[in-house]
Design a protein around this ligand. Sequence first.
Ligand SMILES: C[S@@+](CC[C@H](N)C(=O)[O-])C[C@H]1O[C@@H](n2cnc3c(N)ncnc32)[C@H](O)[C@@H]1O
Length: 239
Amino acid sequence: MSTKDDLLAAYQHLRNGDLRAALVELDLPTRAAAARERAEQTVRRAWMKYALRTVRQNDAHDRLDLAYKMPDPWHMASAQEQARFAETNAVIERELGDHFGSLLEIGCGEGHQTEHLAALAERVTGLDVSATAIERARRRLPDAEFAVGDVHAQPWAEERGRFDLVTACEVIYYMSDMPRFLRTMDRLGHACLVTYFAPAARKVAVHVDAMPGVEQCTFRYGEVEWIAAWWPGAAARGA
Ligand SMILES: C[S@@+](CC[C@H](N)C(=O)[O-])C[C@H]1O[C@@H](n2cnc3c(N)ncnc32)[C@H](O)[C@@H]1O
């Protein structure tokens, strides 16, 4: 029923002296929760517009950290993002395996996706350029290992085949040098997986599609589409 119909029905109950029925009709707690969710989403959008306004493919790490001054700035707790995490896990399980000794998640943010990836691996390392996000990720997953910074700055960045699986989901757009980043993933992982928002393909696909042995699929949530691409890392190819 529409809000107008609900209000009319509640009004009729009040005219009949039935306050309880009017309150049930109005369902104020549900309405308040929905109004709060809408308000939060409006504030989140305005904040991200401001925080990310100079962020392109330009390694703008300070601005990415600024975004996290608001908790969960990308709304990773939403149904859409939770569905994306579940679908990404499903792709990994179907194409790469359901159990990994070690997994590196590049761009782990506050650890929302880490919670899902952790179900597939004995040891998870999350990496993000935002110290604020990593602080929250550590609280969310006390058993995982987290580090702040860019992957190229890590002491193990040059190690071949250090991780069984390396993931980078919704991150590659922020990198100024995508080919270098993909080469680093390729070096570090026995298997590698990236996901990206399908409309970004015109900038991203040319680089991802150049990885040796790459395969891909798409998945959706309503109108929103993502691309997942995976390939065997250099150590697995014996390259
Ligand atoms: C849109 S969020 C995606 C978070 C998570 N991977 C997901 O898919 O839900 C992008 C994250 O990548 C991080 N990021 C951007 N550039 C990065 C880089 N060079 N190294 C590590 N993290 C980076 C940002 O700080 C942010 O937390």
